[in-house]
Write a protein that binds this ligand. Structure first.
Ligand code: FES
Ligand SMILES: [Fe+2]
Length: 371
């Protein structure tokens, strides 16, 4: 039997990948001098920004007796625990002061750290690096070094506009990601009178190629059902429009559409919060201003509709998944999902044996499906 005849039974294991940057919170949710709770990969974090506006992320547990630091006070440079008043530098997590110590008790408080995480802020989000070995809650560890920079939305010319959108997903990161790359749900989930109907389903053929840590749907004329394409077509030649979609571990989907001097680009992520809870964030950037169809409000409306349809679908699916059904991935429509699981497994295997990651794709592949 060929792979076409044997649907692969596959149950996502919801393994969360450490050692990567993740979007922790939208920038506009984090005011100066406040403390904001966030969870990434089941790690409780407290996020804030100092008096200069620079963000920080600490483990939300005091190294003394575990009180969430988010219950404490922040003066713009130090976080003070609400229980016994220990104070920590917001950026390094280093303990600065223990109020209960008397003169002559020369306990070295600067050896104590509240776990601190590397932070970067760009494209409307605060990103946090979640290392392989998390800093210990009650410990003496400094923040891990970051081996690479946080991902960015590709930008082609200045000036440009951006907009973002987020939605909580009541499912594991795996279901969120395969939903993101699943071409076959479009005609069923994303119906709208102004958009497309079930009848618009037609056969498609797309070329894919391996890229480091992921795969690319090679540059092609976008599907006539793709949202930005419908908008771009209003002022560019249909066949001058090309799109490229990349998926890169652990959770990044880049989509770039170019039409002459115009471009539209987005970076969508599905971030693991807990085993059965994730969040989808889309940040889009574009350089088209004069035309009403590309106003941020309209774009947000179109994307919000899509994201809401996906979110509702995943909420319904979560009901079904509670009962542990058998799951399957079929060729070719589910092949990107299979690559995702294979990439994840290859990444974990490379970590285990310290070797280079063995990419599951050996070369370009053409996939066909109807959607
Ligand atoms: S628990 Fe934080 S100071 Fe004691
Ligand atoms: Fe979708």
């Amino acid at each position: 039997m060929s792979a076409m005849d044997t649907p692969q039974r596959d149950a996502p294991d919801s393994t969360m990948l450490f050692g990567f940057w993740y979007r922790a919170a939208a920038s506009d949710q984090i005011p100066r001098n406040g403390l904001h709770k966030a969870i990434l990969l089941e790690i409780p974090l407290v996020i804030g920004r100092d008096a200069k506006g620079i963000p920080f992320a600490l483990r939300d547990a005091c190294p003394h007796r575990g009180m969430p630091l988010s219950c404490g006070r922040f003066d713009g440079s130090q976080v003070e625990c609400s229980y016994h008043g220990w104070r920590f530098d917001a950026h390094t997590g280093q303990c600065q002061f223990i109020p209960s110590l008397t003169v002559g008790q020369n306990f070295k408080c600067d050896r104590i750290y509240a776990g601190s995480y590397a932070c970067e802020e760009h494209d409307d989000f605060i990103w946090v690096f979640v290392p392989e070995l998390p800093p210990l809650g009650a410990g003496f560890t400094k923040a891990a070094d970051t081996p690479f920079d946080a991902p960015r939305v590709p930008i082609f010319t200045e000036p440009y506009k951006t907009a973002y959108l987020s939605a909580e997903l009541p499912c594991s990161v795996d279901h969120g990601i395969i939903g993101l790359m699943d071409p076959a749900h479009g005609p069923f989930v994303h119906q709208a009178w102004w958009w497309r109907s079930r009848q618009s389903i037609h056969e498609k053929k797309k070329n894919f190629e391996p890229i480091p840590n992921g795969f690319r749907m090679s540059a092609h004329t976008p599907s006539s059902n793709s949202a930005p394409y419908k908008l771009l077509r209003l002022y560019a030649d249909a066949d001058s429009i090309t799109t490229t979609i990349d998926f890169v571990l652990p959770n990044l989907r880049f989509e770039t559409i170019r039409a002459g001097k115009y471009w539209f680009s987005s970076l969508t992520t599905v971030t693991p919060i807990a085993r059965d809870h994730s969040r989808i964030d889309v940040v889009a950037a574009w350089n088209i201003f004069r035309w009403i169809p590309f106003s941020a409000a309209l774009l947000k409306f179109v994307f919000a509709k899509f994201v809401e349809q996906d979110r509702q679908t995943m909420e319904d699916q979560a009901e079904g998944l509670k009962h542990n059904p058998h799951l399957m991935l079929i060729d070719d429509a589910d092949r990107p999902a299979k690559w995702y699981f294979q990439l994840k497994a290859a990444h974990l295997e490379a970590l285990r044996n310290g070797a280079d990651m063995k990419h599951p794709m050996t070369g370009p592949v053409t996939l066909k499906w109807r959607s």
